[in-house]
Design a protein around this ligand. Sequence first.
Ligand SMILES: [Zn+2]
Length: 209
Amino acid sequence: MHWVFIIVLSVVFHLDADRVQATELPVTLPYGAPKIISEFHSRRGVKGRQRGSKHQGIDIGGPNGAPILAAADGVVVETDIGTCWGPTIVIDHGADRSGKPLIAAYGHLGDILVKTGQTVTRGQRIARLSNNFTKFRCISGVRHLHFQIGRSHRSGPKGSYWGHIKYLKDGKSATNPHLFWADGPGQVTCFRPATTYPKGTLTYPVPCR
Ligand SMILES: [Zn+2]
């Protein structure tokens, strides 16, 4: 009896290992929410290739022109066109519910619709995806948003930093974005215009159907 159990368990674990490692908490995507094509801490990239290190954000695919939404109220602290990352916005979303800073980097964008210093409200269109995904190496040839949460913005001189650590001091040890959804940890929450969401929480940075 035991060996059957062990085989079943190992099969389940094997199939699910990447996902469990990837998210470190179960994630529910509501109906109509665009899919996550590479999860937080996944070792698999958007084209299914092995990553050299754990993924530090979540990747969400979308069509040309797809709007990118502010995940909470905040202040734009940086806009940039990274040589590898492409157009990028960094927003200070204030404190999470435990009082720690929530700094979001929105990477691999097309057109940027906001300026540094600008105040944004949750759900506001801050950017669009575009057809630039072959132009910037880090976008890996698949049009998508890379959404990453850090605790510390790298302001001021960037030196030779590139990629996430150009924007977030803790780029290499990012925080799991699934911890902060308005509906609760692991409960991806679509932004709905007439809804009020608790402070210190995030809503999905792309529109749901
Ligand atoms: Zn990514």
